[in-house]
Structures are given as structure tokens and as C-alpha cells.
Design a protein around this ligand. Sequence first.
Ligand SMILES: *Cc1c(COP(=O)(O)O)cnc(C)c1O
Length: 551
Amino acid sequence: MDKNNLPNVAYFCMEYALDSAIKTYAGGLGILAGDYMKGAGDNNYPMVGLGIKWKQGYTDQYINEKGKAYDSYVNTDYEDCLEDTGVTVNVTIRERKVYCKVWKVNKFGVCPLYLLDTDIPENEDTWICGQLYGWFGEERIAQEMVLGIGGVRALRVLGYPAEVYHFNEGHAVFAGFELLREKIEKGFSFKEAYEATRKEVVFTTHTPIIQGNESHPIDRLMYMGANNGLTIEQLVEIGGAPFNMTVAALRLSKITNGVAQLHKETSNKMWAHIEDASKIIGITNAIHLPTWVGEEMLKLGKELAQGYTTSDINNRLWNAHIKNKEALIDFVYERNGVKLDKDKLLIGFSRRAAPYKRSNLIFSDKKVIEPLLKSGKIQIVFSGKAHPLDDTGKEIVQTIVRFSKEYPNSVVFLQNYDMAIGRMLTNGSDVWLNNPRRPLEASGTSGMKAAINGVLNLSILDGWWPEACREEINGWSFGDGKGVDDFTTLDELDNHDLKSLYDVLLNKVIPTYYDYRDKWIEMMKSSIVDCREFFAIERMLREYYELMYMV
Ligand SMILES: *Cc1c(COP(=O)(O)O)cnc(C)c1O
């Protein structure tokens, strides 16, 4: 790839995880986008990002005395990380002009990243950039209009010569409507504008769950003004009725990618019935190493990859790991007042509380799990939020909190999962557990963070893991690659996976940890060496340019 001759890319995303203190993210999508911006910055790719300056961002999660999770939104001020570009654009929402001030992020080593802000005195509609993934439909559409329509207008005023528009998830689809409008205004017919726009747009799809793919009633889009000059018939032609944001993005792009190779297969099956959709390829997610891997581990990883194996490397690796583990143990003690034991196996698990992720699977058979927890043979640290409207998710959190009360010395729930907790857990656990129902986890990046820190993955063969797993060499799998289509009921799948999890945990993971420490350290080395290059953001950037932007 000739790095001097790359197209200029404008990347659109609702959320960016840049730093724990800045509430511009909710979860995995934002982690990916934030890491991508940092990678583009480190390596000087010709790219800019567009997003929203959230005033409250995503919810904070608190656990009350009864173990119930509740939500709280707080205003955050992070203007010291931003500079004023002097640019303001406007978008007409519900027939009212909404002004969007354009900020530029000036920290964290990102490529130029512009955040649009409606919380300015000129506006009545200051609420639009309030809460990320907030509560009601009109709010979401207004936010997406700011991101998409406002984002393209910001690029024009800033004078950025974008050649490729990358929609990271369907939220950005209204940017496509603005590209259409510009062309129609220049005299293109709708058909011509549509064909020309498709050549400029690429799309990344993220969710293999149908209900997770956002849709809106056509009437509501018209009422909000999101149609941006398009007719009802044209809206339906692009996104169907109700208007599906993923379908629209599939149609408005020249190429689409799923975020792991298995996810590519799943997405192709899922959207096979959509006429006129772009081709879906697979580009597996990756992480920004300096954000997620400590300096000592990075250094050891480099030595290991160079085949540089002095006799003391095993000790150095183990000591570096124990240091990370102690830091995690101290962190847990400060937060929850529980003192975990550094000589006991520590399992980490942090995920958004959604049913398919099965956060409490490991507790399913008390006969098996209770002796392990009571004897302290295993300790488990959990974390994870549920969406404010997701009552099932909140129940899941509550169940885990209940287990932490039942086994106070060996089960911990850390409230308010964020980047700091994510880093602590993926650095300091011994084992990283991941047990979604296959194939519903599109990729996952927390397991990559763990792997490159020498934390061994114990995971269902879903998302990124089938591409990395070498059984008993760099981690473990369980569940035999079976998934939701292989059983008549979810209960059968869950029982099957549970048996497999206990089997691997009891017969492989626990004995290796306590009785074969040398083998454990060899596995840590393989985990680091196998993953540190392929799952680094540089590989992912290269693939996006070669397979998406330049085709
Ligand atoms: C890494 C990370 C994620 C994404 O991890 P998954 O493997 O997709 O669960 C989400 N939230 C935070 C805070 C993270 O650090």
C-alpha cells in the first residue's frame, strides 16, 4: 500500500471512547472508534472523525444497598480536551434551525476528530446532544441528524476534501441523505445522485441481532425532517418501511464489512434478502495497544516476538503479570472493600448486561460452582452496565450482585463499568471469560486486550476468538462451536455450553493454573505473541484502506 496516495476518509460514529473521564461512549462500538482514531493519529492516515459532544453521555450505573442497579446521568465538562474550531453549522429539525458548534479534540493522539454540539445559547433544542442512546425515538433521530447531516456540513465548512465516507454503524445514515441532497441540488436526478453517493460510502455493520438494528417509522422521519428533501417513496426505496438504518446503509454504500470473519458469514445470511445491498466482507476488529497494554507487557511482547528468550523471561513475564494482578486486587479493595488473594485463580468478566452474553452462566449449577467459590479456588470479578430501558439487563446485574453477597470473598461486582475498569480487569485477571450464545457476539475486543496482556482467554468460539484460538496453546475454547441454530431451544444450548464450560474449567484451567505453572506461562507467551500484531489497530487500518476505501 502506497501511503502517499491514500484517499481522504471521513469517519462517522455516535460514540468515541477516548478516556475514562470523558463520557462520549457507551461500550464496544465507542471503544473501537476511539482506538481507530488513535491508530489513525499515530500513523498519520488521512482521516478525520465526526461525532457528538455529549453533555451527559451514557448512563452511570450505581448499585444500591439492596443490590439493585440504578441509572444516573451527570453533566460533564471536558472542554479542556477540546478546541473551538470557530465553525457552526445548522440542521433543520422539526422545522426549527438547530445550530451545531464544531469542536475539535486536542488530546489522546487522535487524528482530527470533530464533535458537534447543540448545547449553545442560540438553540432552543439544546437537549439533542444530552444523552447517548437516550430514551425516546425522536431524540435518537434528532441526534442522528446532527451527526449525519450536520457532520457532512461541518466537513464542507472546514474544507476537508473527503473522498470516502465511512459509516461506523447505521446511526450515520443521514450523512448519506445529505450527500444525496447536495447532488440533487447540483442537478442530478435522484437515481444519479443515489448511484454517485454509493460510490463514496462504506459501511461497517455491528449487530447480529435483528432487533438491535434500529428502525424508525417513515412518518416520524418526515415529521422530524430527517428525509432532508427526499420523498416518502425515496425513503422507502432506500430503507424500507419502517425505515431500517442498517438496510439503508447497506444500500447507500459500495461495500460493507462485518467485524470478524464469523460475523461476516452471519451478516451475509441475515441480510441475504435485501435487494441492492452492497457486498459484505469481513474485517476483524483490533485494539490500540498503548491504550490497553501496559508498558512492561508491551516491552516483553516485543522481546518474545523477536524470539528473544533469555532464561529469565518466564520470571519477568510472571512478575509483570503479578504486578498487574496486584494492582487489580488493590483497585477492587478500594472500590468494594474485598481483599482478593493473588495466589488464587482470578477470572475476569465484564460485559454489557444483555441476555445473549449470559453473564451469570457460570453460576448455573450450584453443586459445581459453590465448592470452587467457597474454597476460594476461583475468584471472579464482574462488571457491566445495562441500558436504562433494559429491565432484563438490570435483573442480570442484580443476580450477579446477589452472588457477590453470597460469596463475599470470591465474587465481586464492580459498579459503573468504564475504560478504567476495562483496563484494570483485562490487565490483571488470570483468565478472561466470554460466554455469549454463538454467533451473537459480533467480535468483542476485551478478549484481545486480555490476550496481549498475557491473560488467557476461556471463550465460546464466537466473534474474534475462532481466528485466534489455538486450543490449550494460547487459551481455551468451550461449547464445540455450537450455536443457536444447533438446538431447538435456548435452554438446550445453554445447558450444553454450561457442561462444556465446567469441563474445561475443572479439568484444564484449574489444574494448569495450580499444578503446571510452567505450562501456564508458556500459554501466556503464545497468547501475547499470537495476538499482538494481528489484533493491533494498525492491521485493521491497513485492511480498511485496502479492502474498503480503495476499492
Ligand atoms: C473493551 C471494552 C468494551 C468492549 O469489549 P467487549 O469484548 O465487546 O465486551 C466495552 N466497554 C469497555 C469499557 C471496554 O473497555
